[in-house]
Design a protein around this ligand. Structure first.
Ligand SMILES: O=C(CO)COP(=O)(O)O
Ligand SMILES: [Zn+2]
Length: 210
């Protein structure tokens, strides 16, 4: 896709996430890898009202070279995109149910959402690391996120929200949606004898679709 097409898609998907309540206010941010750098949602912008020509552009060294001032979470996005060369985009949200799980689970928990459904396993994977709490925009989070992203497509920031990557922008958005709905299911079924997918079923999904 051209940069112009990706800018338009970012506006469309941001509005769609916002309209369905996956982000509120100016929460959340999205980045997309380009051949000559990165697109990033501007700081303090609402995902519901992005403007294609105001989206921030960063060069390959992550210097701001165009559009409005980028998200304060540039370090978070850089941590994931440098750890996962196959990732084309990163979506960070404060979506309610995934954030709730991030308030219950701690960094020792590597799978705070059980494998209840195939699409969670296919889009998010086997592990979902929990990163200890950092203040939003704190550059100190970069190393923890970078290390976690080497092994996992998505993670939860404790008491903050999910960070999800995908091969393409559409893949990253789909994975963020699937993560949120899986978190909702997990909380809905908490304390009930829900049947989880077996390790063999998880292996089969990852072999077939991973
Ligand atoms: O989600 C956010 C902080 O974690 C929003 O920050 P920005 O508005 O700087 O992107
Ligand atoms: Zn945030």
């Amino acid at each position: 896709m051209t940069e112009s097409e990706l800018r338009d898609l970012l506006v469309e998907l941001g509005a769609s996430l916002f309209a369905r309540g996956y982000s509120v206010g100016s929460a959340g941010n999205i980045s997309v890898r380009l051949q000559d750098g990165y697109l990033m949602t501007p700081t303090n912008s609402s995902l519901g009202r992005l403007k294609a020509d105001r989206i921030s552009k960063l060069d390959l060294e992550w210097n701001h070279v165009g559009g409005d001032k980028p998200s304060k979470e540039v370090f978070m996005h850089r941590a994931v995109l440098t750890a996962r060369p196959e990732a084309g985009a990163v979506v960070h949200l404060h979506s309610t149910y995934a954030t709730a799980i991030g308030c219950l689970a701690g960094p020792e928990d590597t799978a705070p959402i059980p494998p209840l459904t195939p699409y969670f396993v296919m889009r998010v994977g086997r592990t979902l690391p929990v990163i200890r709490y950092y203040r939003p925009g704190d550059a100190a989070m970069e190393n923890d996120i970078h290390e976690a992203a080497k092994e996992a497509r998505a993670m939860l920031l404790a008491n903050h929200g999910p960070v999800v990557s995908g091969k393409t922008l559409v893949d990253a958005v789909y994975a963020a949606e699937e993560l949120e709905e899986s978190a909702r299911l997990a909380l809905m079924l908490r304390g009930q004898p829900a049947r989880e997918l077996t390790p063999e079923q998880v292996d089969d999904l990852l072999r077939t679709f991973g």
